[in-house]
Design a protein around this ligand. Structure first.
Ligand SMILES: Nc1nc2c(c(=O)[nH]1)N[C@H]1C(S)=C(S)[C@@H](COP(=O)(O)O)O[C@H]1N2
Ligand SMILES: [Mo]
Length: 293
């Protein structure tokens, strides 16, 4: 029998790239930073902390974390009852995120086609109309070249190889979804357009984001560069094998499965690198900046 011609295998394992900076950064953290990191990570695993029995929370978390977590509990209206109810559902996705959070050099779990689940549109405000798409460009600043780049989606698709992965998107609101994403690796984008020396952060913005009544309400997140360089962090152009829909962030969104969904900014219009941590939409609205890390 003739050997079957080999076809491109979108899900073939690609060797994960080492992310040595993350490890060094982590080792340099002071004990206090580390405790804060731990507390933030615990909060960030979207349920890990609120499904823990109270006794376990007392034992596992540094004292400073309790106040933060209780505040979070109160803000989100979480009771012990609700914690119990979500226990089963939460464990898998908590593990996915927790693993990556506690070990930034490791990769999160990937899934098979059969594991894919429906994905909701979680635009916090109104979903933008598609009329922004024809004029869409990505503006990149804070570059080593000193220039500001303006790129079209065609530029990006032509210049970078497409990477596919099936990973879990975890929303802090208590749901998650396994979805098939495709796009360029943020690490490869960073290599092609290197940030200025000393840059530690990317500020990523969507200027087409709307509030609940359809008014302009730019969305923006801070992403540390080790996270941007993580091999599973994509500037995603595709969802479920097709170009991204407006609902899921066309034409370009961040896909960082080791972070909470709220960091996975949709309809990106600008990326700016810098030495200082940029502002974050949710941190501005009173959420701890450690929640999404
Ligand atoms: N521009 C923009 N990006 C966003 C949001 C948003 O409101 N606006 N919501 C975030 C949140 S909270 C989640 S959980 C994910 C959800 O992605 P999805 O709508 O593709 O499921 O998008 C994130 N990215
Ligand atoms: Mo979310």
């Amino acid at each position: 029998m003739a050997k079957r011609k080999s076809r491109p295998r979108p899900f073939a394992e690609t060797p994960p790239m080492p992310v040595p900076i993350a490890e060094r950064d982590l080792a340099r953290r002071t004990r206090r930073d580390f405790l804060l990191f731990g507390a933030g990570a615990a909060a960030a695993v979207a349920g890990f902390w609120w499904i823990l029995p109270d006794g376990a929370r007392e034992t596992w978390l540094p004292s400073g974390a309790h106040h933060a977590l209780d505040t979070m509990n109160a803000r989100l209206g979480l009771t012990n009852d609700r914690r119990e109810k979500f226990l089963d559902r939460s464990l898998t996705f908590d593990d996915d995120v927790a693993e990556a959070l506690y070990s930034p050099t490791r990769t999160v779990r990937t899934y098979r086609r059969g594991d894919i689940t429906p994905l909701r549109n979680n635009y916090n405000g109104a979903t933008p109309k598609s009329d922004y798409l024809p004029g869409w460009t990505l503006t990149v600043s804070g570059l080593a070249s000193g220039k500001t780049e303006t790129l079209s989606i065609g530029d990006l698709l032509a210049r970078f190889p497409r990477r596919d992965q099936i990973t879990r998107l975890v929303c802090v609101e208590g749901w998650s979804a396994v979805a098939w994403w495709g796009g360029l690796r943020f690490a490869e984008f960073l290599a092609a357009f290197p940030p200025a020396p000393g840059a530690k952060w990317a500020g990523i913005k969507s200027s087409v984001n709307l509030d609940g009544s359809g008014g302009s309400d730019p969305y923006y997140v801070s992403i540390d560069l080790p996270t941007a360089r993580h091999p599973q962090t994509l500037l995603a152009t595709h969802w479920d094998g097709r170009p991204l829909s407006v609902e899921h962030g066309a034409p370009l969104r961040l896909l960082a499965p080791m972070k909470l969904g709220l960091k996975n900014i949709k309809a990106i219009t600008a990326i700016d690198y810098g030495a200082d941590e940029p502002q974050d939409y949710w941190a501005k609205r009173g959420y701890s900046k450690y929640d999404g890390l």
